[in-house]
Design a protein around this ligand. Structure first.
Ligand code: ADP
Ligand code: ASP
Ligand code: MG
Length: 417
């Protein structure tokens, strides 16, 4: 007997019929002799709808009240799944974030889980009952509802699995695993049998939304075994123990598993950044700090940064990227500080995309970046900025060329299926 946490995403929970399919999958897993706890997302589109209501009510909304509103999507689906499980003869009940509770810090709208009280879930399991837990929600020390940031149900599931010392955390979604790139963009994308925690962390952080970045770092830290698989499976499919999806594994495990690995594991694209260019910034110590200090204070995350070689020893240009959602605030902060920074011109470009190639093979092979630059150059795609890590190379390009760039890199690195 194993203990398994099963998480179902928004598309899997969208409507009565799909919830019935999910109930069947959960029931079969329990009937295979396992202890199961379930974590659910809101129905797809629901969180966006609720976020819009908040914006309409008050453009400068209070994040604590935003959390009260957006956490409700998961309350609905957890109750509906418990009802559906009961309708097919399973014992089930919902446990809302505040009822367990799942404690978080008070960073509303992007809270971090601090602890999970598992007493009720363990007692529930001991009674042969299926505990259904809404993802995304938590509770602060002074009992206010929080949410964990968009895509946060993945993190709820991994945190519940860690707290329960579960044997596995199965993340059921609308694709049957992690692919070499988004299978909705590149039809030739291939499903990966295994991907390492580090690779998944890089892929998630550069735009593969199949798992929330935080869920992967938590799984890595707590050594939770995570599997990504599809909830759109046959009514009579067996329980997931035969591991049909993608397993997230450690570096050591991978070595024994996958001898025929390509140099590059995956490619991701992210259109959610915007570019900022400061022209003629004084070329002297402290200039860069006068730009990025105030941005850090305003809690704006800067990603890629380029400082050009100084012009005639007096000034230089600085280019960087920020989340597009923070672009207006970035401009405001820079203008407020224009006297101290001393730039001549501020321009912005929201029409950019970051394309990243990721793979642990990069550690032992040279030429990965060069291959990327050549493939893009051959098709006339201009690179506006570059950044690298030990297992990743990212470039910034015109967002109109996103799909083309991902497709041609997928081919160039030999990933086409
Ligand atoms: P859920 O609602 O189940 O949480 P998400 O929409 O958050 O699902 O994540 C699943 C989606 O992630 C897929 O539909 C797919 O379009 C996208 N995706 C992006 N990159 C990848 C990838 N490398 N492999 C698989 N799916 C990916
Ligand atoms: N419902 C939330 C969202 O759409 C959390 C999740 O689905 O993971 O972001
Ligand atoms: Mg998701």
């Amino acid at each position: 007997m194993a203990r398994i946490v099963m998480k179902f995403g928004g598309t899997s929970m969208a409507g009565t019929e799909r919830i019935r399919r999910v109930a069947g999958i959960v029931r079969r897993q329990q009937e295979a002799g396992h202890e199961v706890a379930v974590v659910v997302s809101a129905m797809s589109g629901e969180t966006d709808r609720l976020v819009n209501f908040c914006r309409e009510a008050n453009a400068l909304y209070d994040p604590a009240e935003y959390d009260v509103v957006v956490a409700s999507g998961e309350q609905v689906t957890s109750g509906l799944l418990a009802l559906t499980l009961q309708s097919i003869g399973a014992k089930a009940r919902s446990w809302l974030g505040w009822q367990l509770p799942i404690r978080t810090d008070d960073a509303h709208a992007k809270a971090r889980i601090e602890s999970i009280d598992t007493d009720e879930i363990l007692a529930s399991m001991a009674r042969g009952e299926i505990a259904v837990i809404p993802g995304f929600q938590g509770l602060t020390a002074d009992n206010r509802i929080t949410t964990l940031g968009r895509g946060g149900s993945d993190t709820s599931a991994v945190a519940v699995a860690a707290a329960l010392k579960a044997d596995r955390c199965d993340i059921y979604t609308d694709v049957d695993g992690v692919y070499t790139t988004d299978p909705r963009i590149v039809a030739k994308a291939r499903k990966l049998k295994n991907v390492t925690y580090e690779e998944m962390l890089e892929l998630a952080s550069v735009g593969s939304k199949v798992l929330q970045t935080r869920s992967v770092s938590l799984a890595m830290k707590e050594k939770v075994r995570v599997q990504v698989l599809s909830s759109f499976i046959d009514e009579n499919a067996p329980a997931a123990d035969t591991l049909p999806g993608t397993m997230i594994v450690s570096d050591e495990e991978l070595e024994g598993l996958d001898m025929e690995r390509q140099l590059i594991t995956g490619i991701a694209a992210d259109k959610n950044d915007a570019k900022v260019i400061l022209t003629a910034v004084p070329d002297r110590p402290g200039a860069v700090s006068s730009i990025f200090g105030p941005l850090a204070e305003a809690n704006i995350n800067v990603d890629m940064i380029i400082q050009n070689v100084g012009r005639a020893d007096t000034d230089t240009d600085v280019t960087f990227t920020v989340p597009a959602a923070d672009l207006d605030r970035t401009v405001a902060v820079l203008e407020e500080n224009s006297a101290t920074i001393g730039f001549q011109k501020l321009s912005t470009d929201p029409k950019v995309a970051k394309i990243s190639v990721v793979g642990v093979g990069m550690r032992s092979h040279a030429g990965v970046a060069a291959m990327m630059f050549k493939a893009l150059a051959d098709r006339g795609i201009n690179i506006q900025a570059i950044s690298t890590s030990e297992i990743k190379v990212s470039v910034l390009i015109d967002s109109d060329e996103t799909e083309l760039a991902v497709r041609l890199l997928h081919t160039a690195y030999g990933l086409d299926g």
